[in-house]
Ligand binder design. Structure first.
Ligand SMILES: [Zn+2]
Length: 324
């Protein structure tokens, strides 16, 4: 069976082959950038392993249809608890998952538990799951999905087999976008992530460009300008935290700066080269490392539900300090 998704061909083939030959690790950790298909592949595997048709998954048989409808009792997808204010997989959810997999399987050959994103496990819920991750009941396959695997507890990481997904190669992604009538250039802007490219194509592109320009012009300016940006962008809009988007864009700018500073190509925003050269002079190499750290801690604070404006103010103030 060949791999079903764009890119990461070898990675996918290896997991499929392990599953086919009953040598699959009982707990995989799919890690890598967001939007490259980690969760999509996990969901595909669940259908593939349980489909009754000769060409799997057929997406027609009762097992496939139930999984696609989200009603298959042997497919558990565990995500952040909707009843909590923070983005967390709660201890209650961990307990419910453990209870559910102690029961006899309903119909599946192999039961799948997909934890997405696994970095939403907190210490409590992660600890509750440890024993089960180590020795799940016969026929139960765990897949942890995370774009921030480094923030998982070491105890969780050590119990899983890591499967690293990378960006989708440019040519492949461009072809895929073109076949959908979308702008092939999104391949570059998305950093090789089909999921991200789709988001960009749905209007995020324009607002992202504006945000990028606002960020670039706020750096090195009096702090009140940066704070005005933090105020404007630090709010939630229809359940979406704009501050997360600011961090995504800011990270792209830092990545591009690092590429320019080290004389490499592949910029996400090549038209900003002149700005990057300025930033590189100021930040390379120590300041850049510190700014990565500030972005990471900004993300953590957002995940802990710290107000977006406060988080952005702190980050932009750090950047202005560095740029001084
Ligand atoms: Zn099927």
């Amino acid at each position: 069976m060949s791999s079903p998704l764009l890119g990461n061909v070898r990675v996918q083939s290896r997991v499929i082959a392990a599953l086919d030959s009953e040598r699959a690790h009982h707990c995989y950790l799919f890690e890598g950038p967001s939007g490259v298909g980690k969760a999509t592949f996990a969901f595909w595997l669940a259908r593939y392993a349980n489909c009754a048709a000769p060409t799997r998954p057929c997406d027609q048989c009762p097992s496939c249809r139930q999984m696609l409808a989200g009603s298959h009792p042997d497919l558990l997808i565990v995500g952040p608890d909707p009843s909590k204010a923070t983005r967390v997989i709660s201890i209650d959810q961990a307990h419910r998952t453990i209870e559910a997999i102690q029961l006899q399987r309903h119909s599946a050959r192999r039961r799948f538990v997909i934890i997405d994103p696994a970095d939403a496990l907190n210490e409590e819920s992660a600890n509750a799951l440890l024993k089960t991750l180590e020795e799940p009941p016969q026929g139960t396959q765990f897949i942890l999905v995370s774009a921030r695997a480094a923030s998982l507890l070491q105890t969780i990481r050590s119990r899983s087999q890591r499967v690293r997904f990378g960006p989708v190669p440019g040519a492949e992604l461009r072809g895929w976008l073109a076949a959908r009538g979308l702008d092939p250039e999104l391949a570059v802007m998305s950093g090789g992530s089909p999921g991200q490219a789709l988001k960009l194509s749905q209007g995020e592109g324009e607002s992202r460009r504006k945000l990028r320009d606002a960020l670039v012009s706020a750096v090195g300016q009096p702090l009140h300008k940066a704070f005005a940006l933090a105020e404007a962008e630090g709010k939630k809009e229809g359940g979406v935290n704009r501050a997360e988007l600011v961090l995504d864009v800011f990270e792209e700018l830092l990545r591009d700066t690092a590429l320019v500073a080290s004389g490499r190509e592949g910029l996400v925003h090549p038209e900003l080269r002149a700005h990057y050269e300025d930033w590189a002079r100021i930040l390379w190499p120590g300041g850049l490392g510190r700014m990565w750290g500030h972005v990471a801690s900004a993300r953590e604070r957002l995940a802990l539900n710290v107000n977006g404006r406060t988080v952005l103010e702190a980050l932009l103030a750090q950047m202005n300090l560095e740029a001084r």
